[in-house]
Design a protein. Structure first.
Length: 127
């Protein structure tokens, strides 16, 4: 009986948060739809294969405009996706990794689409 009660509470909690998430997503979509500049930028982002409504909303919310970031290199650094060489003492040639010093929310949102591309590109190039 305790398992049934716990499952019922878990189901109710999941349903509540799913409802709240849906309301937030709807509010974001409405805010973008009501602003012609944001709508134009969202439509441009959605024209990129692999970019959906969620990623477009995060990019629009988290990435500053061209008045702040003047080049693609600055945008890459802002997200923390720029390469960082690690050199320290005797271990001078460690593997290069991303710096992770930028916007963590944006970097996390871009992670899965990037991983999907890593899977898709070899199939495209191989064909």
């Amino acid at each position: 009986m305790a398992d049934a009660v716990a499952q019922s509470l878990a189901d109710a909690t999941i349903a509540h948060f799913a409802s709240q998430l849906g309301a937030v997503e709807k509010a974001i979509a409405e805010a973008i739809d009501n602003d012609s500049d944001l709508r134009r930028k969202r439509d441009l982002l959605l024209s990129i294969s692999g970019v959906g409504e969620t990623l477009a909303g995060v990019v629009l919310a988290e990435l500053p405009g061209p008045d702040v970031l003047r080049s693609s290199a600055e945008a890459v650094a802002y997200t923390g996706l720029n390469p960082r060489r690690h050199q320290s003492g005797a271990s001078i040639d460690r593997q290069t990794r991303i710096s992770k010093i930028g916007n963590a929310v944006l970097r996390a949102a871009l992670y899965m689409p990037a991983m999907s591309l890593c899977d898709i590109i070899p199939r495209i190039v191989g064909s």
